[in-house]
Write a new protein. Structure first.
Length: 433
């Protein structure tokens, strides 16, 4: 450990002296306020507000002077996602036809048509059963399942239908081969006979990452790539609270996306990046990380030197102002190298204080980290106690923009060795999530 840190300090000391540059506070304020404004409608994936945000970010990359990713014709990296909507349901249980309002299907298949003669499991939730204890069987069944909710559970049934009844986007066209159908009916006598059916329609949507590129300036390092990323999607329009239904996502993750823009501007002005730099705003992090997964498949992991993923830096960390934490700190020497470049400053990077939250695998760094890339998330959020997380109150007014700007500045300064090609973090041991 001491040798690794000493090596980082020596590398930092040997960095070339360049003109002093700082992250532009005006850019941070302007981009943050634009992304978190009400007219972005919470930037929900696939919704008009998110397209507006993507076009704004593409405009910022053009203003700064970034290039499209090699092989691309523009900044918008488009890819398909698939959405299945339930169009009809029918159910008869022990000879009794049920109203459509008491029948629901969770499926991506175009049609379902089951009877008791098919290979379908039956899960009966009687009056004394605890529904939550059976969530795995309901939501992640290993085979097709018919779930019978006794009328005692009517409120739970309706709540689950409301929650899961909205069409959900997915990355793969085929969807799951396993489905579940739910019916609200008195517990049937044994043996159970049934006929249940459902139909769906599937549509294709276009999702968009926003990607800019700054070519490396030294032939020996230009093929090595460093990624700066954040996700620009959020929840969109949600249940109103005091008349407000827009989940603006100022901290989550307009703050991180703003950092990406500010860092792109910073490094473009420096004109001293030996390695090639990729700046990316991911879509669909909130619904499964589809954007980062697609992006990762377009690159060769062995060419990726590091990933600075930036997630929720708008409020001071538990360690106080001028601090941030790095997820998976112990998985590479990435954090040590960053801190070595901050010697003599008042800023400190700390290891993730919330290991029980599994944050290393809950953001857009995860896909590349699983492939061995030193891909880490930098954050300040006190997530166990953050009352504004995923709410309509995640507004710019709740953030400490001065401290946020200091975090972005610290990332810029701490990244200089990796960007300059004089520091290379150790690889993350590949593992399964």
């Amino acid at each position: 450990m001491r040798n690794l840190l000493l090596g980082g300090l020596l590398a930092a000391a040997s960095l070339p002296v360049a003109a002093q540059h700082h992250v532009a506070a005006a850019t941070v304020k302007r981009v943050l306020n634009t992304l978190a404004a009400d007219d972005m409608q919470g930037r929900a994936t696939g919704q008009p507000g998110q397209l507006k945000a993507a076009e704004f970010l593409a405009g910022e990359f053009k203003r700064i002077g970034l290039e499209p990713l090699p092989g691309a014709t523009g900044y918008l990296q488009e890819f398909p996602a698939y959405q299945t909507a339930l169009t009809s349901t029918q159910a008869t249980l022990n000879g009794v036809a049920l109203p459509a309002s008491q029948v629901f299907a969770r499926t991506t298949q175009p049609t379902l048509n089951w009877t008791e003669k098919d290979d379908v499991a039956v899960l009966v939730l009687g009056p004394s059963d605890k529904v939550q204890a059976h969530f795995r069987e309901i939501f992640r069944p290993e085979k097709n399942v018919l779930v019978v909710f006794d009328p005692v559970h009517a409120a739970t049934f309706q709540s689950l239908v409301e929650r899961y009844g909205q069409p959900q986007l997915r990355a793969e066209q085929a969807g799951s081969a396993v489905s579940s159908m739910w019916v609200l009916a008195p517990v049937p006598t044994s043996p159970v006979t049934f006929r249940v059916a459902a139909t769906t329609t599937t549509t294709t949507q276009t999702l968009r990452n926003v990607v800019g590129y700054l070519p490396g300036r030294e032939a020996a390092h230009a093929a090595e790539k460093v990624i700066f990323s954040g996700h620009y999607d959020h929840l969109g329009i949600i249940k109103p609270v005091a008349g407000d239904s827009i989940a603006n996502g100022a901290d989550d993750d307009a703050s991180g996306t703003t950092a990406v823009v500010a860092l792109a501007e910073y490094f473009k002005k420096r004109k001293d990046n030996a390695r090639s730099l990729i700046f990316v705003a991911f879509t669909a992090e909130e619904i499964g990380g589809f954007g980062s997964k697609y992006f990762s498949r377009q690159l060769a992991p062995q060419e990726l030197t590091a990933m600075f993923n930036i997630e929720m830096i708008g409020k001071p960390a538990k360690f106080g102002p001028n601090t941030a934490f790095i997820t998976g700190y112990e998985k590479s020497n990435f954090g040590q190298l960053l801190q070595a470049n901050l010697q003599g400053t008042k800023f400190k990077f700390e290891p993730d204080p919330y290991p029980e939250q599994n944050l290393f695998y809950r953001s857009d760094n995860a896909t590349l980290a699983l492939l061995g890339v030193p891909a880490h998330t930098i954050s300040t959020d006190q997530i166990p106690t953050d009352k504004l997380y995923h709410s309509v109150d995640d507004e710019v007014s709740s953030l400490d923009v001065k401290n946020m700007t200091a975090v972005v500045e610290a990332i810029a300064q701490s990244a200089r060795g990796i960007v300059a090609g004089s520091q290379t973090p150790t690889r993350v041991a590949p593992e399964k999530e």
